[in-house]
Design a protein around this ligand. Structure first.
Ligand code: EPU
Length: 346
């Protein structure tokens, strides 16, 4: 079959393609709707751009300025039951599908397992890159495998769960500078959804929400509804108030640092990680450093969740950087803890 020529758009405004609504012009942009376009892409001169950026829903990226390279906008669609055995359903989605719609669809089909990750913005293809997680579950726990196109090697590569090297908001794709070097483009992701489903409700706030509703043995739909209710109460809808979810990772510190802080602040939230490490709550540190609901220029830290940086209307990448640095500096000064941003800076 003869392929249609690739369309490389020039000087494309990316404001509507990132959930922080930051203005930035991309020198070139190509939309990928089918995996077979990826090998084709390599034949074009535009592909040799100095920088490439793979963009899904744009919900985990901070555009600090214009992008003098090629943006690959991933829009591959489709989802299906890829297989089934006695223990699990194997459900596959192409990378451009909206994450939340995919989760809702699996629940409608009667395949539970992703309910705790309801309402997370972004696409299916971006989800494994930062190993999205919420309310006691991380994507890596449900991922079976994924297929990514290696733009450097020019081939489709399969990754099983172990080879994705998942960590807290981390994977090999993030480590290898996936966004900046634009090496791997996730094509499809396959989830293993166990038939002996067990509810994951140990996250304190989720447990409390269900208890408040009088639900003792929740089904997956009820967990999804509870997660959505909590998120809607605390997190701004990017369609109304531009944001990129948690702007910083929760810092993991050694036991002596955690104990020093606990001695000074008896209400310090902390979660033992094993191996002598303790995860602290960045939102709590930011709030105590005086930044909850506070603005700097056209950006601010959200009033209902201090960990979320919001664009108050006309912020640009420089405003976001200035605010992020001010918050980091105050948290460092007050607590001696370094906050690491969660989104990728481009
Ligand atoms: N807290 C405050 N003040 C705040 C915000 C939080 O004191 O302004 C305290 C809370 O009281 C609580 C603790 O911090 O004791 C943790 O807060 P929360 O349960 O709201 O979760 P989080 O640690 O702030 C993380 C994820 C979220 C995820 C939630 C629920 C990270 C960086 N963030 O937030 O993920 O939805 O847990 O599991 O790990 C995202 O990554 O974009 C994201 C939204």
């Amino acid at each position: 079959m003869r392929m249609r020529a690739m369309v490389f758009e020039r000087n494309v405004e990316l404001r509507s393609l990132n959930t922080l609504a930051l203005p930035a012009i991309a020198a070139r942009l190509v939309t990928i709707v089918a995996a077979r376009q990826l090998p084709e892409l390599r034949r074009y001169a535009e592909f040799q751009a100095r920088r490439r950026l793979v963009l899904g829903g744009g919900s985990n990226v901070v555009l600090t300025g214009d992008f003098d390279g090629l943006v690959l906008r991933v829009a591959m669609a489709g989802r299906h039951l890829a297989g089934e055995d006695a223990d699990a359903w194997y459900v596959r989605s192409y990378a451009g599908e909206n994450w939340h719609e995919f989760v809702s669809w699996t629940l409608q089909q009667g395949w539970p397992g992703l309910e705790n990750l309801s309402l997370i913005p972004g696409t299916v293809g971006a989800a494994p890159v930062q190993n999205i997680g919420a309310y006691g579950l991380e994507l890596g726990e449900r991922l079976h495998s994924l297929e990514a196109y290696d733009l450097v090697g020019g081939e489709l590569v399969g990754f099983d769960r172990a080879s994705c090297r998942f960590g807290y908001r981390d994977s090999r794709f993030k480590q290898e500078g996936w966004h900046l070097q634009g090496r791997y483009v996730v094509v499809s992701v396959t989830f293993r959804l166990p038939k002996n489903w067990l509810p994951v409700i140990h996250y304190a706030e989720l447990g409390a929400e269900l208890e408040g509703l009088g639900i003792k043995s929740p089904n997956a739909r009820q967990i999804a509804d509870a997660v959505m209710a909590i998120r809607r109460r605390k997190l701004p809808d990017p369609a109304l108030i531009p944001n990129a979810g948690s702007f910083f990772q929760n810092p993991v510190v050694d036991l002596s640092t955690a104990n020093r802080l606990s001695a000074l602040h008896s209400d310090l939230p902390r979660h033992a990680q094993g191996d002598g490490l303790v995860k602290l709550a960045a939102g709590w540190l930011i709030e105590r450093a005086g930044w909850k609901g506070r603005d700097l220029g056209a950006a601010g830290m959200f009033e209902k969740q201090a960990l979320v940086l919001v664009n108050r209307g006309v912020a640009c990448g420089r405003d976001v950087l200035a605010l992020a640095q001010a918050v980091q500096a105050d948290v460092k000064k007050r607590f001696g803890v370094v906050l690491k941003p969660e989104p990728v800076f481009v």
